[in-house]
Design a protein around this ligand. Structure first.
Ligand code: HEC
Ligand code: HEC
Ligand code: HEC
Ligand code: HEC
Ligand code: HEC
Length: 492
């Protein structure tokens, strides 16, 4: 049997193309088996290995199988002989004698074909499974580089892309595969938009995705959020904005917070589906009573794309947070990665280095270094020599911040993908909570500051500014008393 196998291989390899095909097929098969064994034994654990094992090797395997008949056909053309004649010349009568199942060589060929089919079947199943892993989704095509970078650095770094992007239902899975095919075609033909557009319209409702892990019935209560920001003065002086965000739902007192939307039935239509500008909002309560608000600022006849509100209308960057330049620098100073005590005007210079226009990443890396070195060499020569280590580590941290958030090849710069959580840097809660959003009676969706949060400090050197004792003569005393009363009320 084995002897026959080798003879068959020899015959197929007479033409160099046949030889190439046999080599490709055999080599990729052997490598596949070896890599799978090493993976099963736990020797190889690299997630990217799947790109070779389940994508590249099977591709070479199939290519080899396709090349073999071409080689045979070329051989027949060159020699002018029939297949039968060629086989007769190269094999002995034993191989070609017809037995119960056909000729010996025919049986060998059949067995090999069966083995190939088995291998390809198994390989396809493994490949489909591999295609659902984050390593594949995030790295197989370079256009995902920004999402991949952000994802690996997010609280969901261990949640598979498909858990949020596809969901569990069979319908969603089929839809996703078709959609994936479409994306592959547009990638290969170069017809894709850069940056990749957001929102992602084909994402399922969060009931099928997020809520498989998160139970919104849990009372999250209030969330204290302290934001440290730094000034552009020499000391990069800190100031604090502190919020007590009302997130929790269904407190016994009847107070409710942001998570009310996730349980209520809220529908809305956004102009052109971009979700920046809302055309109308509707909410239906448990008794089936519907209220409707319309955007008085929207043009008559504007077209809206309808949707049921869910988690990602607020948490739109949960897996792909791209920081703004200022937020990033503030965080690095807070973390101590940028040493504001040693380096004068650090905030100002860092921000200016990051936000200049650069053609590509290499230019940005050089530009950031030049700006910081130039600034200290020119304006603070003493600092430049004494604090060279601090300057070097600031340069490294800022370069990393740039690489993590700006992707010139994908036209992604600071702020390309804003967060909807809040109302400071991009339209968020205020898309609906606005005086332009009125019902038939002319009442608007509340934009009352205390509906969503209590302010405990606003750009103050004191992180709990409004919670400090309100003494007579203090210019802030009225504001403090007002905020304290509001805050106390919300705690009840
Ligand atoms: C925790 C849930 C979650 C996970 C896990 C996740 N994503 Fe996303 N992804 C989102 C949300 C939410 C959006 C924004 C949707 C919107 O605004 O409509 C998004 C948007 C995107 C976009 C559109 C462009 C953009 O940045 O808005 C791409 C591409 C993308 N994700 C790729 C991936 C890849 C690749 C992975 C895995 C490596 C992944 N996602 C994992 C939730 C997730
Ligand atoms: C497979 C389970 C899973 C899915 C699906 C999932 N999450 Fe999470 N999520 C988690 C876990 C686990 C954490 C906590 C991570 C930690 O604290 O390290 C988390 C954390 C979070 C946080 C807190 C983030 C922070 O900064 O601390 C938010 C908000 C969140 N998820 C929202 C979402 C949304 C919105 C979706 C759907 C688009 C989603 N999650 C889908 C498991 C999941
Ligand atoms: C109307 C906006 C909004 C919607 C809709 C919404 N959330 Fe939130 N969520 C918030 C706000 C605001 C916070 C507090 C801000 C923060 O922690 O950054 C928060 C906080 C959270 C946290 C962190 C809680 C913690 O312990 O720190 C999780 C987890 C979360 N949301 C999950 C979800 C899930 C899952 C859904 C969908 C079922 C959802 N949210 C829908 C606004 C929303
Ligand atoms: C798509 C529109 C929309 C967006 C975006 C939106 N809301 Fe709302 N929100 C509503 C509607 C509608 C109501 C109900 C108003 C009413 O009943 O008068 C509401 C009510 C609320 C309430 C009061 C809940 C209650 O009944 O006690 C809070 C708190 C709230 N929103 C917080 C937020 C926060 C925080 C954000 C941003 C993170 C946000 N909302 C974004 C539409 C929206
Ligand atoms: C519908 C809900 C809602 C309303 C109404 C609202 N806010 Fe906010 N606001 C938020 C949320 C959510 C954030 C948190 C953003 C974040 O986590 O970064 C925020 C953040 C802020 C911040 C901190 C911004 C920063 O990053 O420094 C300030 C200051 C603020 N709000 C002031 C106000 C004032 C003043 C009003 C009233 C005129 C108001 N807000 C009304 C939801 C609301």
């Amino acid at each position: 049997m084995l002897r026959r196998f080798f003879r068959l291989i020899r015959v197929l390899s007479i033409h160099w193309l046949g030889g190439l095909g046999v080599t490709l097929t055999t080599l990729s098969f052997v490598l596949f088996v070896a890599l799978e064994l090493l993976r099963l034994l736990g020797v190889l654990t690299n997630a990217y290995l799947g790109l070779i094992t389940y994508m590249t090797l099977p591709a070479f395997f199939v290519l080899g199988l396709l090349v073999i008949p071409v080689g045979w056909w070329r051989l027949r053309k060159r020699t002018g002989k029939s297949s039968r004649a060629l086989l007769n010349a190269k094999l002995d009568a034993q191989d070609l004698k017809a037995g119960f199942f056909g000729t010996g060589i025919g049986v060998t060929l059949l067995m090999l074909t069966l083995l190939n089919a088995l291998f390809l079947g198994g390989g396809t199943v493994r490949m489909l499974r591999f295609m659902e892993t984050p390593a594949f989704c995030g790295t197989a095509c370079h256009v995902m580089a920004p999402e991949w970078a952000a994802y690996q650095d997010s609280p969901h770094a261990r949640v598979a892309c498909v858990r949020c992007h596809v969901g569990e239902s069979a319908e969603a899975q089929v839809e996703a595969k078709l959609n994936g095919l479409r994306q592959m075609v547009s990638l290969m033909s170069g017809h894709y938009t850069r940056p990749i557009p957001t929102p992602v319209h084909q994402m399922r409702h969060s009931q099928e995705t997020c809520q498989g892990c998160h139970w919104i019935g849990e009372v999250y209560g209030d969330r204290l959020k302290l934001k440290a920001r730094f000034g552009e003065d020499a000391a990069s002086t800190p100031s604090y904005t502190t919020l007590s965000l009302k997130v929790g739902h269904g407190k016994p007192s009847g107070a409710r917070g942001a998570h009310w939307h996730a349980q209520a039935d809220v529908r809305y239509a956004s102009i052109d589906g971009a979700r920046d500008q809302i055309l109308w909002v509707e909410s239906t309560d448990a008794q089936g009573q519907t209220r409707r608000w319309r955007n008085a600022a929207a043009a008559e006849g504007a077209e809206g794309v309808e949707r049921r509100m869910d988690c990602v209308d607020c948490h739109n960057r949960v897996a792909h947070t791209l920081e703004g330049a200022e937020a990033g620098v503030d965080r690095l100073i807070s973390d101590g990665a940028l040493d504001r005590h040693s380096l004068p005007h650090l905030k100002r210079e860092a921000l200016s280095a990051l936000t200049r226009h650069y053609e590509d990443e290499a230019a940005a890396m050089a530009g950031i270094e030049q700006q910081l070195h130039g600034h200290y060499r020119r304006d603070f020569p003493d600092v430049y020599t004494a604090k060279d280590k601090e300057i070097a580590s600031a340069v490294t941290a800022l370069q990393a911040l740039y690489r993590r958030n700006v992707f010139p090849a994908m036209n992604i710069t600071w702020g390309t993908y804003p967060s909807r959580m809040g109302h400071r840097d991009a339209p968020g809660c205020d898309r609906c909570h606005s005086r332009a959003m009125i019902d038939e009676a002319g009442r608007w969706i509340s934009d009352d500051c205390g509906l969503c949060h209590d302010l405990l400090a606003q750009e103050s050197p004191e992180p709990f500014q409004f919670m400090m004792p309100a003494s007579e003569g203090d210019p802030d005393q009225h504001q403090k008393r007002w905020h304290q009363a509001l805050y106390k009320r919300s705690l009840r």
